[in-house]
Design a protein around this ligand. Structure first.
Ligand code: ZN
Length: 186
């Protein structure tokens, strides 16, 4: 019994320590959130996204940290990232494809060390996937256009939604309000 508990503890710690490592996406399944009716897809397979690039092309256009997060589902270090405490007025677009994702009007200080929003600009802009990595069941958030990993959503956010979209700064780019154009959304 003691051995089992010890092994479980070690595995749990390993899961936390290696949270930045890539993990297989084949376990991901679509997850329907009761508060947030996102893109409706009925399948337990990973959906196909409209904006496609080869792995070689992604490596070409993304920085190494953008690639590790967006394409390999990595997580950046809390408090040491560009936007966790950033208060600029504007929008956050996908660093992979430019799709508009979040508005600074919906950003709030969560105290987690990652940029947090209580809603996306529109529910159709993100897709929820069930993430069973690291001995946890979490709800992953990906860009609905390119499928890039953005972060996770949790139920402990502020009203009116009660949701916390916990995002990676490197998965997004900030565009100031007066610089927003249609070209931001490719
Ligand atoms: Zn995208």
């Amino acid at each position: 019994m003691k051995i089992i508990i010890t092994v479980t503890a070690i595995l749990s710690i390993a899961g936390i320590l290696f949270i930045n490592e890539e993990h297989a996406s084949h376990n991901d399944a679509l997850h329907s959130h009761p508060h947030s009716p996102l893109v409706a897809m009925q399948s337990d397979t990973v959906p196909t996204f409209p904006y496609q690039k080869t792995e070689a092309e992604w490596k070409e256009i993304l920085t190494s940290s953008q690639y590790r997060i967006l394409r390999k589902k990595g997580t950046e270090i809390p408090y040491i990232n560009e936007y966790f405490d950033f208060k600029g007025d504007g929008i956050y677009v996908c660093a992979g494809c430019g799709q508009h994702l979040y508005d600074s009007d919906h950003k709030y200080k969560s105290g987690t060390g990652w940029p947090s929003f209580w809603k996306p600009i529109d529910d159709s802009l993100v897709v929820e996937l069930e993430d069973r990595s690291f001995f946890m069941v979490r709800t992953e958030i990906v860009c609905s256009n390119c499928g890039g990993h953005l972060g996770h959503v949790f139920d402990d956010g502020p009203q009116p939604t009660g949701l916390r979209y916990c995002m990676n700064s490197a998965a997004m780019k900030f565009v100031a309000r007066d610089e927003i154009s249609e070209q931001d959304s490719k």
